[in-house]
Write a protein that binds this ligand. Structure first.
Ligand SMILES: CC(C)(COP(=O)(O)OP(=O)(O)OC[C@H]1O[C@@H](n2cnc3c(N)ncnc32)[C@H](O)[C@@H]1OP(=O)(O)O)[C@@H](O)C(=O)NCCC(=O)NCCS
Length: 134
């Protein structure tokens, strides 16, 4: 398994990532907006995402979003391909994307927005503290 900072060589996975994000959001009934191919492609080619693959097959993804000129950084859009779930991949991706956020934005406050219990658990295991939306 490889967990890498994204680059244009990962653009081949973008439609699969977008579709799986959309399908999981539908299944969970969260009303999360569909991310466009253009938006996800930009994250990937600018190196603002982490991609997990194995033998050329896509396994998981997460990207970095910034606000207020990089003062606030969120790790967003975490998704693991259904056939690779429950193997710890989401935890490894979150760990890598946190390190990437620190490298790129050393002074930022880093947070994650989540609607899911699994992600709450991953985040608290990694040492994140819960805060309210505002
Ligand atoms: C949520 C998701 C990213 C987890 O990926 P994963 O690779 O299976 O997660 P991990 O194997 O790293 O699991 C981490 C922990 O979460 C728990 N967990 C995983 N899926 C869970 C679920 N559906 N409900 C409750 N807990 C769950 C695991 O048991 C594990 O806990 P443990 O360390 O005590 O065993 C994946 O299920 C997914 O892509 N879901 C759809 C999209 C989604 O919900 N994204 C988050 C939007 S905020």
């Amino acid at each position: 398994m490889e967990i890498e900072v994204s680059s244009s060589m990962h653009l081949m996975y973008v439609s699969e990532i977008q579709q799986e994000m959309y399908d999981s959001a539908q299944r969970r009934g969260t009303g999360i907006a569909k991310r466009s191919i253009e938006y996800l492609s930009k994250k990937i080619s600018e190196g603002n995402a982490v991609v997990a693959t194995e033998n050329g097959e896509w396994m998981g993804f997460c990207y970095i979003e910034t606000w207020s000129h990089g003062q606030f950084v969120a790790n967003s859009g975490l998704i693991v391909s259904p056939k690779f779930r429950h193997g710890g991949i989401a935890t490894l991706i979150k760990d890598r994307v946190f390190a990437l956020s620190r490298e790129k934005f050393p002074n930022a406050k880093i947070f994650g927005l989540t609607t899911g219990l699994a992600v709450m658990k991953i985040n608290s295991d990694l040492g994140y503290k819960p805060v309210i939306y505002s």
